[in-house]
Design a protein around this ligand. Structure first.
Ligand code: ADP
Ligand code: MG
Length: 397
């Protein structure tokens, strides 16, 4: 945004010099950065600044009071434990599309450098919107997913599930039963018109419950599981997370996504638990026939009705596909498969230094600041959203 426009829009007291003071304070804190190659004098929001704005919103709405440790670094997100003022812990998922820019992948490097940071921020916001919309729709239908609490800009606040991802589970009492539960989850999604699209061992959390102490909240899910092992003292309930890549059963590549989800589970169960189902499938063409059956609400339609439009979905999908292609390319260079970089889970050793190399120089990575909710320096959301929109157009992004 050109400095002259900031002066005009900010309506700060103290005229141009007051504005410049504020600008330099924000730039010093790394919340905005001076434009480097622009033909005019101006500044752009950094990811640190965007984090600040999102946290300010969560904090003023009393969803977040404090920020704790980071529990995960995904390829396209940071997962942080936060708490509200009552000390209830929650998860803050910060979407960071565009981070996956690799120094090692020469072919894509130039292209990525050309996409402005503002465009990645816009896409990250779309990812958060989509994730929140799907989590809400799924929760309403009683699917085992975290409670969606709030969404602001590129972030989502959800309930903390105190359970490890399937990836970290080395043995289970009854693999066949867990396998059956996961396959029914895929089929239940299909019945509601949806494919998860990334149904793998990282995105399924395994909740362990002892049936004796019945938790009213989790009890619902446990009932739906119909676990066979009554002698076993624990019931395993899979909780599904990570929804930015969900697609409709009507998607042109639906069959490919459906098969990929099914095969992910088959492959994992074979490798980890030496379990191979004697039942072939399930197959997309059979699942397709069940869409909407028994009055199942079509959640692909509800999400669109909630404001996450087809146009937004298309834009996000293209970006996600692009990111996945780069991940695959990088994995191929490394000689691993993109979904299973053995050993270090989701963490990528190149991540730490990517900030410098992604055309987002001077970007303080992972800056978490708990904003002071009394601060009157931050204008209301609507105005900010409008300003951010303006800066996008300004860049022709
Ligand atoms: N609500 C949650 N409760 C507990 N752990 C979570 C929650 N959401 C995410 N995680 C942890 O963070 C990791 C990454 O989260 P995910 O939503 O899959 O992000 P990404 O899109 O980067 O893969 C998960 O594998 C899980 O270990
Ligand atoms: Mg994930």
């Amino acid at each position: 945004m050109p400095t002259t426009l900031i002066e005009k829009l900010s309506r700060l007291k103290g005229g141009a010099s007051g504005v410049h003071k504020s600008i330099s304070a924000l730039a010093k804190a790394g919340l905005i950065a001076r434009l480097k190659d622009a033909k005019y004098d101006g500044y752009r929001l950094t990811y640190g600044g965007l984090d600040y704005l999102a946290l300010h919103t969560h904090s003023s709405r009393k969803h977040v009071y404090s920020v704790g440790s980071q529990v995960g670094v995904g390829k396209e997100s940071d997962i942080v434990i936060v708490a509200d003022d009552k000390g209830t812990q929650k998860i803050l998922k910060i979407h960071r599309l565009g981070r996956i820019s690799f120094r090692t992948v020469k072919a894509n490097r130039d292209y990525l450098k050309n996409r402005p940071a503002a465009s990645w921020m816009h896409l990250s916001r779309l990812a958060a919107m989509k994730e929140f919309a799907f989590m809400q729709a799924l929760k309403e239908e009683g699917f085992p997913v975290p409670d969606p609490i709030a969404q602001s800009r590129h972030t989502v606040v959800m309930s903390l599930i105190d359970a490890p991802p399937l990836r970290q589970v080395s043995t289970v009492p009854d693999p066949a039963s867990l396998y059956a539960d996961l396959i029914s989850l895929i089929l239940r999604l299909a019945k509601h018109g949806l494919i998860h699209g990334d149904f793998n061992e990282f995105n399924i959390l395994i909740l362990e419950e002892t049936p004796s102490k019945s938790d009213p909240e989790e009890g619902k899910d446990a009932q739906q599981q119909e676990q066979g092992g009554k002698e076993e003292s624990v019931v395993l309930t899979p909780i599904l997370i990570d929804f930015p890549q969900m697609v409709s059963m009507d998607h042109q590549n639906a069959e490919m996504y459906f098969d990929r989800d099914v095969n992910c589970i088959k492959t994992f169960f074979k490798k980890r638990f030496h379990f191979v189902s004697t039942v072939p499938g399930p197959f997309y063409k059979d699942a397709k026939k069940t869409v909407g059956r028994d009055g199942a609400k079509r959640l692909d339609a509800s999400v669109e009705a909630s404001g996450f439009t087809k146009k937004m979905a298309k834009e996000l999908e293209a970006a996600i596909r692009e990111q996945q292609a780069i991940a695959a390319e990088k994995a191929a260079e490394k000689g691993t498969s993109p979904a299973s970089d053995d050993g270090d889970d989701d963490l990528d050793e190149d991540d730490s230094s990517e900030g410098e190399d992604s055309g987002q120089e001077e970007e303080p990575q992972n800056v978490f600041i708990v904003p002071n909710s009394n601060s009157d320096m931050v204008p209301e959301d609507d105005k900010l959203e409008a300003m951010e929109g303006l800066s996008l157009r300004e860049r022709g992004a």
